[in-house]
Write a protein that binds this ligand. Structure first.
Ligand code: UDX
Ligand code: UDX
Length: 458
């Protein structure tokens, strides 16, 4: 079959994989290829055991893989044949040199740009999918035009707003698709090509076009605003615990104001995920580099509150359990940074598990999808750690349960049975406020929610 377009994506990760799978599903007339430098990852994409867990993804990959979606390590061949190249390689926070701990590490990006330059034999539209500091497109274009090989490259910014756990629905019916371009004749032409691709399944009014810097900045700002809401409600949860107010009641009352809205107001043990912290640090670094120190301080405080919320959780646990955790056994319910994913990047559970181990606590980790990543995250830690998926077995002999992830399965457990398996007095620290606290208290647990009065027999 002859395809209308050859679409390539470099970087087959949490963003590239689902994005291209949905594009292949919605556009059977395009050939979509994903390439990655990691052969093990590509082998997994080609197997029945995909490298990432995302509800609905398996079915789409199975449907499209034999038709118009393929996974390969042949980056060179992929670049040569492509008309449009999406770049979705990772951009972690730099851990060396200037900007260490703040700026984005663009080495993979630059390497990818150089590969595109080296292997291209025809004009290409290069699309930034990764979240990048503002003006990366300019750097990208400079690299691509650094040799006079006569090939035309147009760089577009098209940030991805998918949220893990709901990625497929987010991709199939996005709130908006944002496309930023240079405002030159060829930049606008390239932009229109990308608009046409998305118009295969996204209503036109949801496809918005901007200049390239606005597009790059919008992604950082969207994540900063979302994270700020979580830090705002989490900061108030600390005040609720001191005053006897209830964070769920406060969030409901505040969220019913249509100007504020009711989403992203769940107090928690803290936000995680690969994007929020990294993107805010990026924004902060950007502001500092323009000497906007007040603006930088403002956004940096969102990260500080998130750190504080996690510290507070450990301190509360220590304090409630008679100021010593040494030799006690605590079971973490959930390790993923949110429900419906196996991803543990920046998960508050990593920080909390490490702090508990420092207190010489025996830690049992339970999670339906994230145990493999959890093992990797904690492999350098000394101390007693075990990984048990079945929550009923995981709690055996434990002094406390700490809920880290809002998996539905934890809401519906038989807590009478669980109480029976645990050492007394038994504690529950609900870092997600998902359990029925009154019921737990009636069973005999000492219950410590977030931002609500604790219920104890002590
Ligand atoms: C990443 C970033 O975290 C995010 O900020 C950005 O918006 C999109 O890219 P994600 O897909 O979650 O998101 O990252 P990851 O799962 O690590 O996937 C990146 C993939 O790129 C990896 O599979 C890696 O092997 C691959 N890669 C990296 C390349 O193919 N070439 C490189 O030079 C570097
Ligand atoms: C986020 C953005 O939502 C998405 O648009 C962007 O493309 C990538 O970053 P993601 O990190 O997958 O997506 O998950 P998200 O649902 O935003 O949750 C981030 C963190 O905030 C999680 O740890 C989550 O548990 C936490 N959170 C979210 C809360 O603690 N309370 C809330 O009310 C909402």
């Amino acid at each position: 079959m002859k395809f209308e377009k050859n679409i390539l994506c470099i970087g087959a990760g949490y963003v590239g994989g689902p994005t291209m799978a949905v594009m292949a599903q919605k556009c059977p007339h395009y050939r979509v290829t994903l390439v990655d430098i990691n052969p093990a990852r590509i082998a997994q994409w080609n197997s029945d055991d995909l490298p990432i867990y995302e509800p609905g993804l398996d079915e789409i990959v199975k449907e499209t893989r034999s038709r118009n979606l393929s996974f390969s390590t042949d980056i060179e061949g992929g670049i040569r044949e492509a008309d449009i190249i999406f770049v979705s390689v990772n951009t972690p926070t730099k851990d060396y040199g200037i900007g260490a701990g703040m700026a984005a590490d663009l080495q993979y990006w630059e390497r990818t740009a150089r590969q595109i330059l080296e292997f291209s034999e025809s004009p290409k539209i290069v699309v930034e999918k990764s979240t990048l500091p503002v003006k990366t497109a300019q750097a990208m274009e400079r690299i691509l035009t650094s040799t006079n090989n006569g090939i035309r490259f147009d760089v577009l910014s098209n940030p991805e707003f998918l949220s893990e756990g709901t990625a497929i629905a987010d991709l199939q019916e996005p709130d908006r698709v944002l496309i930023g371009s240079m405002e030159t004749e060829s930049g606008l032409k390239a932009r229109d090509v990308l608009v046409e691709i998305y118009a295969n399944w996204v209503p036109r009014e949801r496809i918005i076009t901007t200049n390239i810097w606005s597009s790059e900045l919008s992604k950082l700002v969207a994540n900063a605003f979302l994270a700020q809401r979580v830090s705002s409600i989490n900061s108030i949860s600390a005040l609720c615990e001191k005053t006897g107010a209830d964070i769920i009641e406060v969030a409901t009352a505040v969220g019913m104001d249509s100007r504020i809205g009711n989403k992203f107001l769940n107090a928690s043990v803290g936000f995680g995920g690969s994007c929020f912290k990294k993107d805010i640090l990026n924004l902060v670094y950007l502001c500092r580099s323009y000497a906007l120190h007040e603006v930088a301080d403002y956004w940096e405080s969102v990260i500080k509150i998130n750190q504080y919320q996690q510290e507070r959780f450990v301190f509360k646990t220590l304090n409630a359990m008679f100021n010593t955790l040494s030799g006690k056994k605590i079971c973490l319910f959930g390790f993923a940074f949110k429900a419906n994913t196996g991803d543990t990047r920046e998960s508050p559970a990593i920080f909390i598990a490490k702090r508990l181990l420092e207190e010489k606590t025996e830690v049992v980790i339970s999670d339906p999808k994230a145990l493999k990543n959890a093992r990797e995250d904690l492999k350098c830690m000394d101390g007693k750690i075990s990984y048990i998926e079945d929550p009923y077995r995981a709690v055996d002999g434990c002094h406390a349960i700490a809920v880290m992830t809002e998996w539905d399965l934890y809401r519906n457990l038989d807590f009478e049975k669980i109480y029976h398996f645990m050492t007394k007095p038994a504690f529950v620290f609900d870092g997600r406020n998902i359990l029925d606290h009154n019921k737990l208290y009636t069973i005999g647990f000492n219950v410590f929610p977030i931002g609500k009065p604790c219920m104890t027999y002590l």
